[in-house]
Design a binder for this molecule. Structure first.
Ligand SMILES: Nc1nc2c(c(=O)[nH]1)N[C@H]1C(S)=C(S)[C@@H](COP(=O)(O)O)O[C@H]1N2
Ligand SMILES: [Mo]
Length: 219
């Protein structure tokens, strides 16, 4: 009889603990996922305004096995886990508009790190002219190294104060300021330094301008 009471007490206690624990987790989740819609007096688009039209649909990246590789024309190729990218670099915020050639756009607050901080740590070699970006879905695009450095181009991990949702490129999307949306690679896995100024990425090799400047569409 004593033993039975003990077992019942244990079951009730674990039940209470379980409920308490799940309350705590739910609360934290909700706080994390509220997006801001205004920044320094300026109205922002919503995360839901982005149209997901990627070549293979949204990618669901397993963050435990995820690595960001910096390779090509560098002194020492490196591979970072997610936390190393986030914790090992200065963070920056900026409001930038993404505009797709299909005729829609969204202006939001991005938070991320500088591509140049990542590549400089790997040791740039003098012949490097182009930065080629690779993604989890096989997508690729490229941009001139000078543009990446001079414009302080970001790799974003947050959008409107929320960690990038999978549809928006979790863990990282390139914020290719002033360039067409097809330069804003999502689900970034590799940054390759190159001297190949004729390199063409996925849409670029299918007729879209290699500069990606908004006053150019076809070649
Ligand atoms: N990996 C990957 N990144 C990608 C694409 C893609 O198909 N695959 N599409 C590009 C295009 S054409 C646009 S307009 C933007 C759209 O970004 P969004 O889904 O965040 O709106 O993602 C770009 N990045
Ligand atoms: Mo696009």
């Amino acid at each position: 009889m004593k033993r039975l009471t003990g077992v019942i007490a244990l079951i009730v206690l674990s039940g209470i603990l379980l409920v308490l624990n799940s309350c705590k987790m739910d609360g934290a989740k909700e706080l994390e996922s509220i997006e801001i819609r205004e920044y320094e007096g300026e109205n922002l688009s919503s995360i839901t305004d982005f149209r997901e039209t990627s070549l293979a649909g949204p990618q669901y990246v397993d963050i435990e096995s995820y690595r960001l590789e910096i390779s090509g024309l560098v002194e020492k190729p490196v591979e970072y886990i997610y936390d190393e990218v986030i914790e090992g670099n200065q963070h920056y915020k900026k409001v930038v508009e993404l505009e797709c050639v299909e005729g829609w756009s969204a202006r939001v607050l991005w938070e991320g790190i500088l591509v140049k901080d990542l590549v400089e740590k790997a040791g740039l070699l003098p012949d490097t002219k182009v930065v080629i970006f690779h993604a989890y879905d096989g997508y690729t695009t490229s941009l001139p190294l000078d543009y990446i450095i001079d414009k302080n181009i970001l790799v974003a991990y947050k959008i409107n104060d929320v960690i990038l949702p999978p549809e928006n490129g979790f863990p990282f999307q390139l914020v290719a300021e002033d360039k067409w949306g097809y330069k804003w690679i999502k689900w970034l896995t590799k940054i390759e330094l190159s001297d190949d100024i004729n390199y063409e990425g996925y849409w670029e090799s299918r007729g879209f301008s290699n500069s990606g400047d908004k006053d150019s569409v076809g070649k």
